[in-house]
Design a protein around this ligand. Structure first.
Ligand SMILES: NC(=O)c1ccc[n+]([C@@H]2O[C@H](COP(=O)([O-])OP(=O)(O)OC[C@H]3O[C@@H](n4cnc5c(N)ncnc54)[C@H](OP(=O)(O)O)[C@@H]3O)[C@@H](O)[C@H]2O)c1
Length: 394
């Protein structure tokens, strides 16, 4: 009997990671790797989704609005089309899916991750918010459902690879690298006046808008610490962040004898995406490689907490636990959107997060373990989102 190809669904196919995932899958298929994309989920970019449907020929797609769903059904009569908030989750739960690539942005990614791992699937995870918002729930679902999370984030892909080279009991700490974002060398006195265009100019990576702004505030790096905590079962004290402007060393693992292992590559997300799709195999690529015939910058600097106040706020929320990380993620989503619309200044994001964490302590605060109640997490998300939308921040 011939083995059927591995069936993949790509959630967030129209985004930065989603489009690169389609590129990687096509390259792997051309190399004879038996993969088939059976489902695509997008938000509102229906024009790009239509082009992807023609290219990939999936069995089922999902879009956010009913109007877009009707347009797709009219154009592709034999295609199954889902719509609404539950679309990506239903795709992740479809029969015969082997791998769910979760490249959605924001808290909306949590339910599809839970649907995938609780059905025993491999979830190739770019959506770090799944673990920031509901890390405890995902951990429980992994235990009962038997699924597996493979990171797509370059830092966590690097850590995974460095961990495979040693023994877990010998690990002293994980070191996540951070480019420092577009303002790592900017005079802090002008940060009050930087524009969305300035903040969207990431020095090394081309990514979606929210993660690019989160890289400028370093909220993204705090999210990655939380992600590492859940993915690798380490405490927050065992994860450190170090600035590495060149983004060549994607992260490091320090072992107890003082040896440090690092993973290096060009900053091209297609490398960790491919590794997540073929793990534990490591297949050939024709992607750009590091060139050691010219000088390479291996500079590392400590993170300056004064420059990135939002990092400390987000890490306090992580350490407090409960519904605090879910609340602050929702607040950050709303504050970043307001900054991009020109409604609040760049520093308003960090100020808003600090105020909302204080109010969370006053109004919602139950210190403690990971929240294991989805209802509590969703309520905290709504509460914080509303507050972030209304907060006066000048
Ligand atoms: N970009 C990177 O290099 C990178 C690296 C590491 C980790 N990540 C993580 O990967 C995730 C995706 O990042 P990205 O940069 O690819 O973001 P992005 O370019 O903004 O793409 C987000 C995707 O999610 C879809 N989407 C958004 N809201 C949706 C909803 N309510 N329902 C259905 N689909 C929805 C968007 O659809 P439409 O565009 O059609 O509306 C788009 O396809 C984030 O968690 C990010 O932190 C990204």
């Amino acid at each position: 009997m011939t083995k059927r190809p591995r069936n993949v669904v790509v959630l967030g196919s129209t985004g930065s990671i989603g489009t690169q995932t389609l590129d990687v899958v096509e390259r792997l298929q051309a190399a004879g790797v038996p993969l088939r994309i059976v489902g695509l989920a997008a938000g509102s970019n229906v024009e790009l989704l239509e082009r992807q449907i023609e290219r990939v020929e999936p069995d089922v797609v999902s879009v956010a609005s009913e109007a877009h769903a009707e347009r797709l059904t009219a154009r592709f009569p034999s295609l199954r089309v889902l719509s609404g908030d539950g679309g990506p989750t239903n795709l992740a739960a479809e029969d015969d899916v082997d791998v769910v690539v979760n490249a959605l942005v924001g808290a909306v990614g949590l339910m599809p991750t839970l649907a995938g791992v609780s059905r025993g699937r491999i979830v190739a995870l770019a959506n770090k918010e799944s673990l920031v918002v509901g890390g405890g729930l995902v951990r429980d679902a992994l235990k009962t459902g038997g699924g597996r999370l493979i990171p797509i984030d370059s830092e966590h892909s690097a850590v995974l690879q460095c961990l495979e080279a040693g023994r877990r009991k010998d690990v002293r700490r994980l070191l996540l690298t951070a480019s420092g974002g577009p303002f790592r060398d900017t005079d802090p006195s002008v940060l009050g006046h930087v524009t969305p265009q300035d903040a969207l100019r990431h020095p090394t990576w081309a990514m979606g808008a929210r993660i690019t702004i989160d890289s400028a505030t370093m909220v993204n790096k705090a999210f990655e610490v939380i992600e590492a905590h859940y993915l690798f079962g380490v405490s927050y004290d065992e994860v450190d962040v170090v600035l590495h402007p060149a983004s060549i060393v994607h992260s490091l693992v320090e072992y107890r004898d003082g040896s440090i292992l690092a993973q290096l590559a060009t900053h091209d997300m297609r490398i960790p995406i491919q590794y997540a799709l073929t793990y534990p195999d490591r297949l050939a690529t024709d992607l750009p490689r590091l060139d050691f015939t010219s000088p390479l910058a291996f500079e590392f600097r400590p993170l300056d907490p004064a420059r990135y106040p939002a990092f400390a706020t987000m890490m306090s929320a992580a350490r407090v636990g409960g519904s605090a990380p879910a609340a602050l993620n929702a607040a950050d989503e709303a504050l970043v959107r307001r900054f991009l619309r020109g409604e609040i200044p760049f520093l308003g994001i960090a100020r808003g997060l600090a105020v909302i964490l204080e109010r969370w302590h006053a109004e919602m605060g139950s210190d403690g373990d990971d929240a294991s109640d989805l209802g509590e997490l969703l309520a905290a998300d709504r509460w914080a989102r509303r507050m972030a939308q209304d907060l006066a921040l000048v």
